[in-house]
Design a protein. Sequence first.
Length: 451
Amino acid sequence: MEQLSLFEREADLNAPLASRLRPKTLDDYMGQEHLLGKGKVLRRMLDKDMISSMIFWGPPGVGKTTLARIIAHMTRASFIDFSAVTSGIKEIKDVMKRAESDRMMGLKTIVFVDEIHRFNKAQQDAFLPYVEKGSIILIGATTENPSFEINSALLSRCKVFVLQALTEQDMRKLLQNALTDKRGLGNQTIHIEERLLKVIAVFANGDARTALNTLDMAVLNGRIETDGSITVQEEMLEQCIGRKTLLYDRAGEEHYNLISALHKSMRNSDPDAAIYWLARMLEAGEDPLYVARRLIRFASEDVGMADSRALQVAVAAYQACHFNGMPECNVNLTHAVVYLSMAPKSNALYIGYGRAKEDAGRMLTEPVPLQIRNGVTSLMQELHYGEGYEYAHDTQEKLTAMKCLPDSLEGREYYTPTVQGEEAFVKKKLEQVKEYKKEVNRAAVETKEQQ
């Protein structure tokens, strides 16, 4: 027996660092305070041992599997780990029968399905009757939006918990713990600068597994000193992560300086500068989806109606980043950045919303005009909801002079189109609309005066 335990301990030491440091209790678990903090919903469910089937949705390496194992331990349930890649309907049904038998004996069974979105409809449906009967507590983990990837019938019987990427502070704490914990690297003397730990934390992008595996690789390739200690060198770390340790802090000033430089270069129609600042951010480890989100904002704020295709290009770039990831999506972002740089510019939408926001903030209680309220009940109709409504499609011009703003804001203009790009056509169209309404109102006044 002693030989077996020694063998097991040696196997544990050879396991990846992330596996050796897998938390066993909630006290050791890192992150997800919004779910597991004192008084939070999931923590209350666990403390009362009242868990139900659930889906963990979040990016890789945030602890979905680990949390499921901790829950199984806390609830004293048997834990069955399913792989959506290798398990078929036959395997599912075999396990469900065993779980049903255990339930009759008063035993709980937690079935954990990693990458549950990879199961097809038939495989997901196989879980449904057992979840409904309570034969199993299903915990699914997915990196994809459950609304699109999980059958609605199964999803409706599960509570969805969104797990967030670990913060840089969480990651640095995790790395420090790995250096001192005996299960990790605590049995060795390791010299690594604080700034290099920060580089690993930033590179990992919220993925604990990536952070620990990168640290493990850097230590394994570190310089062995004469006293047996290990020094992690910057050059070796650069090789491990495949990029230069550029001056960049996604939570600090340089982060905002670079995104500002990208934004203003595009606004100034300078594609060369825009590409450079884009490369600076991506090569330093910036999340490409963050950049893509900023491009979507830019498409409406700085291009707007001057070229409405800009928004389509920016959204397509975001989707491409989601599908491809780095480094493949760098050219997709470059495509969008150059398009936005060369597009005609208009900030009329940005200014228009700002004007409306100011009025909305001062006049929050302004009533909606009766003619554009929806009178769906007899009481509403008695109160004149919808009375005087003019249906634009009933007119030859597809246009009426009906007022849609509150009386106190009559004549107020928020959107003032420019003559840039396609917005010049919008400007002309809007002028025609306003002139038509003036003519109709003028004619109505004259008719009333004659009466």
